[in-house]
Design a protein around this ligand. Structure first.
Ligand SMILES: Nc1ncnc2c1ncn2[C@@H]1O[C@H](COP(=O)(O)OP(=O)(O)OP(=O)(O)O)[C@@H](O)[C@H]1O
Ligand SMILES: [Mg+2]
Length: 408
């Protein structure tokens, strides 16, 4: 049957058990989805929208055709390439055999944000049983077997499945540790550098630049580096986990994943102006400039997020900032994934300065900000060394930092 109805649940602020918010109907053949809020839900004094842009409380919701008929915030709560691979492995089918709704419903309680998707309004609360940190060695083993298409025991698959519902393409698993949830990001089979360590170094350098980042730890597990990133939308309380709403900048803009030509930092800044603070917009500019300086070309709109709670919408801590590798002398010019300024995606500091007013900055303020960032990122070699990167790795990363030499 092409059409399917499921119940959308939400964990409201301060609550550790979800309530039904409405019904989502999805026609997989037509690629159309539509949602209606339940009347009882809308009468709640503390009701939050399940998607603040596509589905505000009040007006009659419009159907969605973008992203295979999924509202942005729903898509953000579904697994991506990695989670889908794990779900398909557990079901012993190829990932193509499962549809968007299968992945949406069978993702478990470690999914991103404060939403849940269940078969009926009476479906029970799913158990949140992420593996403990102590299981990381087994999880790494299971993940590398999945990546290489090897058989994984049911026991290991179950363990990995319990934590594999957040998005992203790289191997990872949510684990519980020190009364918090962390996304453990693993090495991947085709990595040429120690990516968890490089990501740790880049993210902690971002923090030095005034970019808010989650708490992170770099751990060695059986000789392999694992980056633990604390989940910023979950908090443990006496009787369970509190969850904050999360949605990506793709959803803020209601862009389709294929709308690449529309992706634009300035357009996101314009929309942020209606929802969030000047401070967030100025940090947004900082994140864009930082991505240029460290050559983070995987800055697509699902790699930027927003949090939603009773106080409104705010920029989430940054995540997934990793310098992309390039060979010396090859590809000196590069582009980011989203448009930066008047010269489109061209990744130069000059281009970043062409539209400062859209980011709530005067020309001079923007220039000062860029100079400050150039100064801090200019210490990247010492910073990466102090994060444990050996000389060979720092040499390999040199060509990724060439924007530092551009005059502004
Ligand atoms: N600290 C965090 N707290 C909560 N959610 C997070 C956090 N970091 C990342 N996420 C969510 O998990 C998803 C996957 O994380 P991340 O982007 O780091 O993985 P990735 O596999 O490297 O991604 P990509 O496919 O873009 O390379 C993000 O898109 C975001 O929805
Ligand atoms: Mg990502």
């Amino acid at each position: 049957m092409a059409e399917k109805n499921i119940t959308v649940f939400i964990y409201l602020p301060g609550e550790t058990v979800a309530v039904p918010a409405g019904i989502f109907t999805h026609d997989s053949r037509a690629g159309v989805g539509s949602f209606v809020y339940g009347r009882k839900y809308q009468e709640r004094a503390n009701a939050l929208p399940v998607d603040p842009v596509a589905l505000p409380l009040g007006p009659e919701p419009l159907p969605v055709t973008a992203n295979h008929g999924l509202y942005g915030a729903f898509r953000d709560a579904a697994p991506d390439y990695w989670g889908r691979l794990v779900i398909a492995a557990e079901r012993k089918v190829p990932p193509e055999a499962l549809g968007e709704m299968d992945f949406l419903v069978c993702a478990n309680a470690t999914r991103a944000g404060n939403l849940d998707f269940r078969e009926t309004p009476d479906s029970p609360e799913p158990a949140l049983e992420p593996p403990h940190f102590n299981h990381l060695a087994e999880l790494l083993d299971a993940a590398s077997k999945i990546e290489t298409g090897k058989e994984v025991s049911q026991h290991l698959l179950r363990l990995l499945r319990q934590g594999s519902s957040v998005g992203g393409a790289r191997p990872k698993c949510t684990v519980e540790w020190e009364d918090a949830l962390w996304i453990a990001k693993f090495p991947a089979k085709d990595d040429t550098l120690n990516i968890p360590r490089v990501e740790y170094a880049a993210m902690t350098l971002a923090a030095k630049c005034g970019i808010r980042v989650p708490t992170m730890r770099l751990q060695s597990v059986g000789g392999k580096a694992v980056l633990l990133v604390r989940r910023f939308e979950r908090e443990k309380t006496g009787n369970g986990w509190l969850r904050t709403g999360f949605f990506s900048s793709l959803s803020l803009m209601q862009w389709d994943e294929m709308d690449r030509l529309a992706w634009d930092y300035g357009a996101i800044a314009d929309t942020m102006r209606r929802h969030t603070t000047v401070r967030d917009i100025q940090e947004w500019f900082r994140r864009m400039v930082f991505n240029i300086l460290v050559r983070n070309t995987d800055d697509h709109p699902r790699n930027h997020g927003f949090l939603l709670d009773a106080s409104g919408i705010r920029l989430s801590p940054a995540y997934d900032i990793v310098p992309s590798i390039t060979r010396p002398g090859v590809g000196v010019d590069f582009s980011l994934a989203m448009s930066i300024g008047e010269q489109g995606r061209t990744a130069t500091l000059e281009n970043a300065l062409t539209r400062s007013a859209r980011f709530g900055l005067s020309k001079n303020e923007a220039k000062e900000e860029v100079e400050k960032l150039v100064g801090i990122v200019g210490t990247w070699r010492e910073h990466f060394a102090s994060a444990g990167c050996p000389d060979s790795e720092i040499r390999a990363l040199e060509p990724s930092f060439l924007c530092l030499d551009m005059a502004v």
